[in-house]
Design a binder for this molecule. Structure first.
Ligand code: ATP
Ligand code: MG
Length: 398
């Protein structure tokens, strides 16, 4: 009878290994995130050992869904690499037999390979090079069309002899990297419908931040469709963190007042200062010690150094700008990788494009901006806008 092969997922830590005494907290956060995702696909045993999270199906139905779970685990921050692997007893005979049974399907279409072995259990009688040699020989025997290429193989087959079992896999995938979600506090992301801000949020999530969003709209100058687009972007970000809150605030009266009373060249800067004030208040209310924006130095008039100094003056806490040194092209590549690009380019107006000045100031002086701001009743406008806020919680759909 053909031997039944048990396939599991191994997820390997990245930077986390370095984090000393915090490591167990990080590990717990990582396990929680893996278990949350695994629960969608059936019953899996999830445990950590030797800088690896093991995910093992507990019944046939779960085993059938391992590929779907694997795709999900590629989005978990904190892992540098992951692979699916066959489990074997820790004898040479069992390892070779498992390799011969498991690998042909995995190496279909592959021409060259290299075999590596790693023995973390030093009681195993063969050294790593000896085991690699034996396994390589067995693979060639089972799949004679393959050739060995030590420098540039199509696939690296790896045999890992670990504490309880040996694991055999045919190449690993890159993990999402970064630090586990929830390990670095909370940040309030100013989420527009553009390309940049979702990427900015994703980059902070990847450093372990829990991200909440504030979105500013301006009915009737912005549309229902524009708001839906932002919720869609938030849903795409929720793929990486499970769920995300979006606080929506209306700027309609603020924008109308600025248009009616202030010098046109300053509209955008003044609006951005209002955004910072409202975002700070929202951050305070929701326990976020930092704000996050998608600004990138020099990208538009309101993102020159001087403009950002004027804008930041209105914030009451640190403003993180993870894209500050990135070119638009790099941001676009990142947006495509995380799956937000196609939504971002849907053509709906953002409140930033309502009443845009023809000649926006690129080298504003704070004093002059404050003078312009003095022409409107800042406190009353803030209070009124604050009263329009409402919150939508967006959950990951699996
Ligand atoms: P994006 O692609 O993120 O919209 P952008 O290049 O269009 O960026 P701006 O419109 O100047 O730049 O906005 C700069 C940043 O201000 C955005 O990245 C975002 O963080 C924030 N922002 C802009 N508009 C809004 C909005 N309507 N609601 C919330 N935040 C916004
Ligand atoms: Mg924008």
């Amino acid at each position: 009878m053909e031997k039944k092969i048990t396939e599991v997922i191994l997820c390997k830590y990245g930077e986390l290994i370095l984090k000393g005494t915090n490591r167990s907290t990080f590990e717990a956060q990582l396990l929680r995130e893996v278990r949350r995702r695994a629960a969608f696909f059936g019953r899996f045993d999830v445990h950590a050992n030797q800088s690896t999270v093991y995910v093992e199906p507990e019944n046939e139905e779960s085993a059938d869904r391992i590929d779907e779970l694997y795709a999900q685990l590629k989005k978990v921050f904190g892992f540098v690499a992951l692979c699916k692997a066959a489990v074997s007893e820790k004898t040479l005979e069992a390892i070779l037999e498992t390799a011969k049974a498991y690998l042909p399907a995995k190496l279909a279409g592959v021409k060259t390979f290299k075999c590596e072995a790693k023995r973390s259990d030093k009681r195993f009688p063969l050294s790593s090079p000896e085991l690699a040699g034996e396994a390589g020989g067995a693979i060639l025997e089972a799949m004679p069309h393959l050739t060995v290429n030590l420098t540039e193989p199509d696939v690296v087959v790896k045999i890992e002899v670990r504490e309880q079992y040996a694991y055999i896999h045919a190449g690993q995938d890159k993990g999402a990297g970064g630090m586990p979600i929830g390990s670095a506090g909370k940040g309030m992301l100013l989420l527009s419908g553009g390309i940049d801000s979702p990427v900015a949020g994703w980059r902070m999530m990847r450093r372990g931040m829990t991200v909440e969003c504030v979105h500013f709209e301006s009915f009737p100058y912005t549309s229902e469709a524009a708001r839906e687009k932002v919720f869609e972007l938030a849903a795409e970000l929720a793929e990486f963190c499970g769920k995300i809150k979006v606080h929506v605030i209306s700027l309609t009266h603020i924008q109308e007042s600025l248009r009616d009373r202030c010098e046109e060249d300053y509209f955008t800067l003044l609006l951005r200062r209002f955004m910072m004030k409202l975002a700070s208040r929202s951050a305070e209310e929701n326990g976020c010690p930092a704000l996050i924006t998608g600004e990138s130095l020099g990208q538009v008039a309101s993102q020159t150094l001087k403009a950002m100094v004027v804008t930041e003056d209105a914030a009451d806490r640190p403003v993180f700008r993870p894209l500050i040194g990135m070119d638009k092209e790099e941001i676009v590549v990142n947006a495509r990788e995380i799956g937000t690009f196609d939504t971002s380019i849907l053509p709906y107006d953002d409140c930033c494009t309502v009443f845009t000045p023809r000649h926006p100031r690129t080298q504003p002086e704070l004093e002059k901006v404050l003078r312009e701001e003095g022409r409107v009743d800042v406190d009353a406008l803030l209070e009124e806008a604050w009263g329009t806020r409402h919150c939508v919680v967006i959950e990951q759909q699996i």
